[in-house]
Design a protein around this ligand. Structure first.
Ligand SMILES: [Zn+2]
Length: 141
């Protein structure tokens, strides 16, 4: 299933979308147990913690490819006709995120699991969506 093309901010996600509009990837972190998490919610998702002492943080935007599908259905309302790579990436900070890969052909030979990725931001409707491209500084990681 594709991510929603132009999500509507809610009170819980407004900070996330304000971040992407500034080219920042913001997720939440629990200050009680120290874990980052996604999607946004007002309490820690770890059931052994469940603290409401949570804060928003700007994360590195670095991630690894965890899984993907190549979606050949076009999105004509956004004039997207090329195949889309819909991916699950694991942020360096820990949480997983559903996103799109860009800057790489939808060719399984180029899509190596665990490959390093970096965030980019692509406008779609009124929002800036975080998408990921292969890391350009892999040699330094
Ligand atoms: Zn916690």
């Amino acid at each position: 299933m594709a991510p929603a093309p132009a999500p509507i901010p809610t009170p819980e996600t407004r900070e996330f979308w304000e971040g992407t509009a500034r080219r920042e990837l913001r997720i939440q972190r629990c200050t009680a147990c120290g874990k980052h998490y996604f999607h946004p919610r007002p309490f820690c998702p770890d059931p052994t913690c469940a603290s409401d002492a949570v804060e928003w943080t700007v994360v590195s935007g670095r991630a690894r490819l965890s899984s993907y599908v190549i979606n050949h259905r076009p999105l004509p309302m956004f004039e997207v006709t090329e195949p889309q790579i819909i991916a699950i990436v694991t942020l360096d900070e820990g949480p997983r995120m559903m996103t799109n890969l860009i800057g790489v052909d939808p060719d399984p030979e180029l899509l190596v699991l665990n490959m390093p990725l970096e965030v980019d931001f692509v406008t779609r409707g009124e929002q800036w969506l975080p998408m990921f491209h292969p890391a350009v500084e892999e040699a330094r990681r």
